[in-house]
Design a protein around this ligand. Structure first.
Ligand SMILES: Nc1nc2c(ncn2[C@@H]2O[C@H](COP(=O)(O)OP(=O)(O)OP(=O)(O)O)[C@@H](O)[C@H]2O)c(=O)[nH]1
Ligand SMILES: [Mg+2]
Length: 404
């Protein structure tokens, strides 16, 4: 208050000094203070607006556009979302790993399977002679770790034969034999997929509900972008309300375009528009998500065939890769899913997800031994860099808990 009175005195004096009539001086001083205060507040508001515009909220613009597009499915036949080139870059730092770092990550991902499989084998072998009782128990351990009946029996037989020949005097030799036998079986199930022979290369992702298809697509897109590829994603799961949204968030994270339609739209139409967009944008890779479906539902499997036909019509040879995603935590069920899916639609590659949360990682060995379909990737967590190309050597080393 005191400051205000002093200001009034100074201003009144100054105004009288420049010739303002005495009776108006006080009024003019008040008006001057009012004007100055208004100006100050305006400047403050402007400064505040500049600061808030720089926060990440600004990055939500494409997402908001995507949401709007999804809400208005009739607005345009193609509800494609163009992500700006400044879209959030995926954090790739963790992906640049040394082989040692990779082994460590894989080992921690496979820790549960390691405990069930190798941990139990260790304590079993610590027990003494390799006799029928021990072999029986070994069989039980291998089955519990989801190696499957066929592989289990082959492995036990291999141990039995070598023991009979007197070649397995030491515990370490038994473990070495198992490691070798498992490694050989896995080698046949590894091969990287070729994305360079076609442009765009089309990857169609299929599998039952909740196995990790959409998450895998997000991780894969980020991986391909990091390798310098231009990627377009098609949100072919029009069945679940949140599916396209989930994919858009992943697309944003990876910095790639997502082509989507509204809920309930024909997935064939999404495939069509996604293929058109991928060609028009000269993408290297188009990845198409599909709704989760039970492998036993014939009409849904027919729908997959239709989507394949649409892709083929738009891009010769497409889909170049049909990736079947399997949830490793379902153990033997994943194996039977794979068998039925592969019988209904052509499956070129497998992705085994959720290996981090399961003691059933042995399913990878069963699949390698029984299916003859290469495992392309394994998922070892929910983060963007938790999808790893399947490397049998690394997998066995991690499974057996070997040190770098
Ligand atoms: N721990 C772990 N969780 C995973 C992995 N992959 C996917 N998930 C989780 O599994 C859940 C289902 O993943 P989605 O990608 O939505 O599965 P989806 O197959 O697309 O599901 P639908 O579209 O409903 O058929 C999510 O909570 C993911 O975070 C993985 O490798 N490890
Ligand atoms: Mg999904």
């Amino acid at each position: 208050m005191e400051v205000f009175s002093q200001l009034m005195v100074v201003l009144t004096g100054a105004l009288a000094h420049i010739g303002v009539p005495q009776e108006y001086c006080q009024l003019a001083a008040l008006a001057t203070i009012y004007l100055a205060a208004t100006l100050l507040v305006t400047v403050l508001i402007l400064a505040l607006l500049r600061v808030t515009r720089k926060t990440p909220a600004g990055d939500d613009a494409p997402l908001a556009a995507a949401e709007k597009a999804a809400d208005e499915p009739d607005a345009a036949p193609i509800a494609a979302v163009d992500m700006p080139s400044t879209a959030a870059e995926p954090d790739l730092s963790s992906r640049v790993e040394t082989p040692d770092g990779l082994l460590r990550r894989m080992r921690s991902g496979l820790a549960k399977t390691n405990a069930v499989l190798v941990g139990r084998i260790d304590s079993l072998l610590g027990g003494g002679a390799i006799d029928d009782a021990l072999l029986e128990e070994l069989e039980e351990i291998l089955i519990t770790a989801d190696l499957g009946m066929k592989t289990t029996q082959e492995l036990v037989q291999a141990v039995r034969l070598r023991a009979q020949r007197g070649e397995l005097k030491e515990v370490a030799t038994v473990k070495k034999l198992l490691r070798e036998e498992i490694g050989n079986r896995l080698k046949s199930s590894a091969s990287s997929f070729d994305l360079d022979s076609a442009q765009p290369s089309v990857i169609m992702v299929v599998g039952v509900n909740g196995v990790g298809k959409t998450t895998t697509i997000g991780k894969l897109a980020a991986r391909l972008v990091a390798e310098g590829k231009k990627v377009v994603i098609g949100a072919g799961d029009t069945f679940r309300a949140a599916a396209a949204e989930q994919l858009t968030i992943w697309g944003k994270r990876a910095g790639v375009d997502v082509v989507r339609h509204g809920e309930g739209a024909d997935p064939g139409a999404v495939a069509f528009d996604a293929a058109k967009a991928a060609v028009a944008r000269k993408a290297d890779v188009l990845i198409l998500d599909t709704a989760g479906r039970l492998h036993t539902k014939v009409n849904l499997m027919e729908e997959l065939k239709k989507i394949r036909r649409v892709l083929e019509r738009e891009i010769p040879g497409a889909p170049h890769e049909t990736l079947l995603v399997l949830d490793a935590t379902t153990g033997q069920n994943a194996l039977s899913q794979a068998k039925i899916f592969a019988a209904m639609v052509e499956v070129n590659g497998l992705v085994l997800t959720k290996l981090d949360g399961t003691a059933k990682g042995g399913i990878v060995i069963a699949i390698g031994a029984e299916l003859g379909i290469p495992v392309r990737f394994v998922g070892i967590g929910e983060q963007v860099d938790d999808l790893r190309p399947f490397d049998p050597e690394l997998f066995v080393a991690a499974l057996f808990g070997e040190e770098e």
